[in-house]
Design a protein around this ligand. Sequence first.
Ligand code: ADP
Ligand code: ZN
Length: 431
Amino acid sequence: MDEAYWDKEIETIDRHSLQQLQLERLNKTLERASKSQYYKRRIPAKINNLTALKDIPFTTKSDLRNSFPEGMLAVSRDEIVRLHASSGTTGRATVIYHTKRDIDNWTDLVARSMYMTGVRKSDVFQNMMGYGLFTGGLGLHYGSERLGALIIPASSGNSKRQIRLMKDFHSTVVHITPSYALHLYTLFQEKGIDPKNDLDLRIAFLGAEPHSEETKLRLENLFGLDAYNSYGLSEMNGPGVAFECQLKDGMHVWEDSYILEIIDPDTGEGLSDGEEGEIVFTTLKREGMPIIRYRTGDIAQTYPEECPCGRTHRKISRIKGRTDDMLIVKGVNVYPMQIEKVLMDIPEVDNNYLIEIETVDYLDSLNIKVEVRQNIFHGGIKELESLKKRISEDLKNETLISPRITLVEPNSLPKSEGKAVRVVDKRDRDV
Ligand code: ADP
Ligand code: ZN
């Protein structure tokens, strides 16, 4: 019989043993980290229980930037075999160093995650994430090889070639950003390809950017596959930090390798299971560059219930957004994800949209450009008006604000092959 787990012992470890393992590994991590310039005066030599972790200061993105390039390096440079850098979505890039064992551990986490979704040796995996400093390409690449699937290192971009590869080699699994997947579907339509019937795709890993449940369901329906949410960040290796199991109801965080905390982003206080806040991670196995209590800026909550899949590692919800992408429009807090959720739930809305904010007469003005289906766009003016009204009402219900809606033709808004830029903030900052 096909084994359900990649590493049954660790994936189904009881919570008590898991916490013991975490404490052991945390103390090892503190010992290693104290060799780095940055941590040597900031952390205790040892702690006696996991709750004492909260007395250690957070590490932030700016700490990483300020200690660039080698301030957090905890081993001699000779031990380092690879570096990766974050894509710099929110500022200057940061660098992460890996030893040989770090790469090995990361690879194992990715293989474990992929296996959990049902990927097996017989699969053909087309990895459509950028290869290079970005971790989405190489991270999944080595995990897939360890699992034994056939990998096509397609990297991102070149949509025509992507489609040809899918057809020629009968790809069954893809790794793709949700925004690019939506765009790719438009190209399939232009070429008269029905991905449900003309291709062999059965699994997609969606990651690297926040996306709503509605987008994921839309993609599952359009492509006829199971989509799994894949979450990671370069500071914690990259992909393979948290992944959905086949129940697709939250992502298991691999707690043998990371300590997960959720904090109130304003006060830094720890929150309980089920409360929404900022994710904070501590590496437990990293040698080259251990990172302690890293503030990810990503907003989520934990699901306290046990998962029927048998894995004991806690699950987190999908990422609602980053603390730094929350928009404050006329004093109301709005996450772009709330807007996406509304739009992707309306069938007449096509697969792309853009949020623009500007200052008009000293006031914030929120404009949302929405691509609508071809037949709607060229249909009657009455239909367009009523669609516009529906979008406005649904947005008002979800976000309490009334943006200006512009309906545009499919394929007319800028598209991206990597992380999508969904928000353009043109506000005048001096007023
Ligand atoms: P950068 O911070 O420059 O974008 P990374 O490539 O390390 O660099 O990106 C990690 C970030 O991408 C995460 O902190 C998170 O905001 C986002 N991200 C990654 N995977 C997901 C996902 N599945 N859902 C939502 N956001 C994600
Ligand atoms: Zn599960």
